[in-house]
Design a protein around this ligand. Structure first.
Ligand code: MN
Length: 738
């Protein structure tokens, strides 16, 4: 559709300057108003930022922000801050300029508004690929916009885009038109911007259903003469009466908008001809603030003297204005031809507010003050949030009072999720997917690492970090708030408990094996007593969830406790001397490790956590136990130099599939998604069970410790190799190595 444009730069410069001058005129600034400089500054920056860029229509991009600024001041009546923001609204999104730059140049108020606009822009952009979450976006706009001006500039932006929709692709036209109808028109309505709301609706219909639109528009044209005659006849007696009363007024007989006619036809399933109030007659009074209400009722009385009113259709928004500030008196009366006619009675001031929204209020006070505008904004904000006022305003279909109890956060893909107030990172993990919640070990919020219990705020971008080894903990129920997360955790806890019990049994067996204790039912019962568990199931569960301190088993035989475990044919009766004798007598004697047939009573040292494959030695303790250390363990060196005669050979036997705990330390440069990648590698390894994981980041550097169960050194170094290969990981080392 792009036609070759012959660009006349001089001509374009003229057009741009003319538009700019017309914007300044619309802003009604005094000759030496310092705000002029500010607007000029914003204009110059926008011109520079969008230099050489063209819209789909071929015209210079800068015309768009100028037009948006024009709408903001002329049609909505806002002041300098909003004009500046409108001029700059696409600068951060489309160019290298940052919010920081804007803040330095224009202060934090303008920067905040531009930031809000940019965020909303991003949310909408990213939505293109995902499903239309219009309901959410409407809420997002409201929650992210700390300043109502964000919404207003956004509406003005959309209005100009709708006015220039012609040059867009058909599918884009449809998307933008639907969005406008669903999101922006109701927002404009909500803010009392009736003219803009009508225009947005009409333009949406024009692109969504051109046939219907053209048909109604044509019919409106065809019936114009009839309508004008009717209005003249209808208003004639009223005008005479008002003239006799010496009232100053204006009568407008405006057809309803194309969209509202179509809406009525569709809702009531009637043809155009039967839409009885195709037009409303409006009587605008030039009354003082003091007498305007009385005058409106006087006019009402005059009208009903001539025509019979429908008692069900009296709307008094003079005594009780609508939440958005709308004031007017509506009545529907029967015309002599038997047609119902709606008459709207209001003062000039009320009419201004009806057309331009609450901003028009300030025309009647001291509007030049920016502080006055601020208090208006506060008022709109209150209107948006006050549930009481909401109830009064029956037209509104969306209930903003709910929003205070909700927050809105973004997924990395830009999807929007709504969550209850005080929701945590874990809540959103469950909101996205149960699997994600189940394995959640933390999150990155706006790029920063946070724990799962971190409380989110509206507008946060959240990336969930998971580990397959992670499983729900009953503690989680103490901080999640969403019903979904709570139910999810409970359900998983139940099924995980079963898995834990199974896994815990394995761990227990492995720990007992290493201590030459029989893993039999009788010993399990004794362990229940020893660890004060409720029953064996509970014992297994606690073993699996790291709630058993197995080291306590190592001291048991010295403590002369009541509990005696059934031990394997164990040479524990041997004394230090007997053991020394055994080894002295046989040069090849060694402690065989890992198998269930070891003839010696040994345990693995907790200082270096030896695993199969490590070079190890045994050290005979005073109590006749052999402690296995890694050759590289600092303690080994110490023992060797002091008690060389008590050091004995030890070697690994062919292993049954028993896992040993080992620790890995990782350091490197932090980046987005890094931890996720690491935990993925670890947990995707079928034979690795992660016991714990801790990560710290500081100034872009991270340091982490992962405790895992592995089979042997080959297994461990394989895993370490894979971790080392991750981009950003600088050092991977085994804990306990010198
Ligand atoms: Mn724009």
């Amino acid at each position: 559709m792009e036609s070759p444009v012959v660009i006349d730069e001089e001509q374009e410069k003229k057009i741009i300057l003319n538009k700019y001058r017309s914007l300044l005129r619309a802003a009604h600034l005094k000759k030496n108003d310092p705000d002029k400089k500010l607007i000029r500054k914003a204009f110059d920056i926008a011109v520079e930022a969008h230099k050489g860029v063209r819209r789909k229509s071929g015209e210079p991009y800068i015309l768009h922000p100028i037009e948006v600024a024009h709408i903001v001041t002329k049609d909505i009546g806002l002041g300098t801050t909003s004009i500046v923001c409108a001029l700059l609204h696409d600068v951060v999104e489309d160019t290298d300029m940052t919010i920081k730059d804007i803040e330095v140049l224009f202060g934090d108020k303008v920067a905040t508004i531009i930031d809000g606009l940019t965020k909303i822009e991003k949310a909408f952009d990213q939505s293109e690929k995902t499903s239309l979450q219009a309901e959410n976006f409407r809420k997002v706009i409201l929650t992210m916009a700390d300043d109502v001006r964000v919404i207003i500039v956004k509406i003005a932006d959309r209005l100009h885009n709708m006015r220039t929709l012609e040059s867009m692709r058909r599918d884009k036209q449809l998307k933008i038109a639907s969005e406008t109808l669903y999101i922006y028109a109701p927002l404009a309505h909500r803010l009392g911007l009736y003219n803009i709301k009508s225009e947005l609706e009409d333009l949406s219909l024009k692109y969504k259903s051109p046939t219907i639109y053209n048909d109604i528009e044509q019919k409106l044209k065809n019936t114009k003469a009839v309508r004008t005659r009717f209005i003249n006849q209808f208003t004639l007696p009223i005008k005479r009466a008002l003239d006799n009363m010496n009232m100053q007024y204006e009568v407008k007989g405006r057809p309803k908008s194309v969209y509202s006619i179509w809406n009525k036809m569709r809702n009531k399933n009637i043809p155009f001809e039967e839409v009885y109030d195709v037009f409303a007659i409006r009587i605008i009074l030039d009354s003082d603030l003091d007498s305007e209400k009385t005058d409106c009722w006087k006019v009402y009385s005059v009208i009903t003297d001539f025509y019979r009113p429908n008692p069900d259709r009296l709307r008094d928004w003079i005594s009780t204005p609508k939440a958005n500030g709308y004031e007017s008196l509506h009545t529907t009366v029967m015309s002599p031809s038997g047609k119902w006619v709606e008459v709207q009675i209001r003062s000039r001031r009320m009419d201004d507010i009806a057309e331009k929204g609450l901003a028009a209020h300030w025309k009647y006070k001291d509007k030049t003050q920016e502080s006055a505008l601020d208090s208006w904004i506060t008022r709109v904000r209150e209107h948006l949030e006050d549930p009481e006022l909401d109830a009064v305003d029956f037209v509104d279909d969306f209930k903003l009072n709910l929003f205070a109890k909700e927050i809105f956060v973004f997924t990395p893909k830009g999807d929007v999720k709504s969550l209850p107030h005080n929701a945590t990172a874990l809540d959103i993990a469950f909101e996205i997917h149960t699997e994600l919640g189940k394995h959640c070990i933390g999150a990155k919020v706006n790029g920063k690492l946070v724990p799962i219990s971190y409380q989110l705020k509206s507008g946060d971008q959240v990336e969930i970090i998971t580990s397959k080894a992670q499983l729900p903990d009953p503690d989680w129920l103490n901080f999640v708030v969403s019903a979904r997360a709570k139910a999810g955790i409970k359900k998983i806890l139940k099924s995980e408990r079963k898995k834990h019990e199974k896994n815990g049994r394995k761990i227990l067996v492995s720990e007992l094996e290493q201590r030459q204790i029989f893993a039999d039912a009788e010993n399990f019962e004794k362990l229940v007593e020893f660890f004060r568990a409720k029953n064996t199931q509970d014992l297994f569960y606690r073993a699996s969830t790291n709630h058993l301190d197995f080291k306590r088993l190592d001291n048991i035989k010295h403590s002369k406790g009541k509990i005696e475990f059934n031990r394997k044919k164990s040479p524990k009766t041997k004394t230090l001397d007997e053991l020394l004798e055994t080894f002295r007598g046989n040069k090849n004697a060694s402690v065989s490790l890992g198998g269930s047939m070891s003839q010696f009573n040994y345990r693995l040292a907790s200082c270096c956590n030896p695993i199969p494959g490590d070079d190890v030695v045994g050290f005979i303790t005073g109590s006749g136990e052999i402690v296995i250390h890694r050759m590289s363990c600092p303690n080994t060196v110490k023992l060797m130099s002091n008690y060389a005669y008590r050091i004995v050979k030890a070697k690994w036997d062919n292993q049954e599939a028993i896992s040993f705990m080992s620790g890995i330390k990782l350091t490197g440069f932090d980046r987005r998604g890094l931890i996720n990648e690491m935990t993925k590698i670890i947990s995707n390894d079928m034979n690795v069970d992660m016991r714990s994981i801790t990560f710290d980041t500081n100034d872009g550097l991270f340091e982490g410790t992962v405790m895992i169960y592995v089979n042997d050194t080959a297994h461990l170094s394989d895993l370490m190799g894979k971790l080392k290969a991750i981009e950003g990981v600088d050092k991977v080392s085994r804990i306990g190595r010198t």
